[in-house]
Design a protein around this ligand. Structure first.
Ligand code: NPQ
Ligand code: MG
Length: 369
């Protein structure tokens, strides 16, 4: 497969409600989409970088720049491209996993559409439905939080994840346990807001029987996560710390992670995501699929990934309506506490051209030199 062009398109999508984490409050997403064209058709990719480098070092302007100047030229230089070659071709460029993942995703979509296969089939999905959780932002008050959780449970979500930070941790967890009971699948995500000195405080979460605490400490601090794991009973799950299968292997070997959140964008693509799944499965480490407020495109591929057998915990694979009043694809709708795995060609979702036009803020088309 030869790549004829790579179209970059930025879209602006308002969120249904502000989403507050320990690192930012988001009210809208600025999302970079990729469309590759080949002699046989096209393929779509979604970049999960955000406008500001607060979740990780990547940000949308940086993704556009590195793709334009360094990554696209390396793909154009290949005269026969398939998704499995993309990672190797882009390896010399350091970092920028989200930008690389978006390109690999677009190539994969094009390749699978051409060969008549779905991403789920390609990745090795073993289910046609995935169980979904929902990530609940930091709120201004406990009553507001309880209302939000109640609404999500009424919609059918199978697991609740509370965003936490110092000053918003024990109280919200206690309030949700008190209101919704001990059977509720409940976990928390700190997005690196604590330090090892907070270990005695974090140990106070132990009695609440959380499924896990996600990324309590800094992204580059596996050693302290391993020490923290000896000081608290709640299993530690890593998100930001894991940017590759090697990182996952290190974290497991060091005792820094008992569970891993797999986000394809963070690890450089769906192929590396599958390698992490395979490694974790071989080591008896549960994994689940994280989320980056994707449109229906990224969501489609995430749901396919989450259908692999090692994804034994509910993911942040929420319905489109959790984030967007109007998605750019046919929306994902919650059914029986989860989502149906797309079985159409490629991603099984494509942007609605009319909606796409309305939300587009910028485009550029890259072609071979
Ligand atoms: C996480 N996601 O697991 C991330 C964090 C996150 C669903 O909790 C814009 C872009 C806003 C990416 C907010 C969830 C975001 C974002 C939160 C990622 O840590
Ligand atoms: Mg997280």
């Amino acid at each position: 497969m030869k790549i004829l062009s790579i179209e970059l398109r930025r879209i602006a999508l308002p969120l249904v409600s502000p989403f507050r984490t320990s690192f930012a409050t988001e009210t809208a997403r600025d999302i970079l989409l990729i469309r590759v064209t080949t002699p046989e058709g096209e393929g779509w990719g979604e970049c999960v970088s955000s406008a500001d480098p607060l979740y990780s070092s990547e940000y949308v302007d940086g993704s556009v720049d590195v793709i334009t100047r360094f990554l696209a030229p390396r793909l154009f230089a290949l005269d026969d491209v398939c998704a499995e070659m993309v990672g190797r071709a882009l390896e010399p460029v350091k970092g920028h996993k989200m930008a690389k993942a978006a390109l690999e995703m677009a190539v994969l979509d094009a390749e699978l559409r051409e060969s008549g296969r779905s991403v789920a089939e390609y990745l090795g999905a073993s289910r046609t439905h995935v169980v979904s959780g929902v990530s609940v932002g930091i709120m201004d008050s406990i009553p507001e939080l309880l209302d939000a959780v109640d609404e999500y449970l009424n919609q059918g979500y199978a697991r609740i994840k509370l965003k936490i930070e110092p000053g918003w941790d024990l109280q919200p967890v206690r309030a949700v346990r008190d209101s919704f009971g001990d059977d509720l699948l409940l976990q928390v995500d700190a997005n690196a807001a604590y330090t090892l000195g907070d270990a005695p405080h974090l140990a106070r979460l132990d009695p609440f029987d959380l499924l896990l605490i996600e990324q309590p400490l800094a992204h580059d601090d596996l050693r302290h996560h391993a020490i923290l794991a000896q000081r608290i009973r709640t299993p530690i799950c890593l998100d930001e710390s894991i940017e590759s299968a090697k990182d996952a292997a290190d974290a497991i070997a060091l005792g820094a992670a008992q569970i891993i959140n797999i986000k394809p964008g963070r690890v450089g693509g769906y192929l590396e995501a599958r390698r992490i799944h395979d490694l974790c499965q071989a080591n008896g480490v549960p994994v689940w699929c994280g989320g980056m407020l994707e449109t229906g495109l990224g969501r489609a591929a995430n749901v396919a990934l989450a259908a692999l057998p090692g994804f034994t915990l509910p993911g942040d694979t929420s319905a489109s309506s959790r984030y967007y009043a109007r998605d750019i694809t046919e929306p994902f709708v919650l059914v029986d506490g989860g989502l149906a795995v797309p079985d159409g060609l490629g991603l099984g979702r494509e942007p609605d051209p009319g909606v796409l036009d309305e939300v587009t803020t910028w485009t550029a088309t890259l072609t071979p030199a």
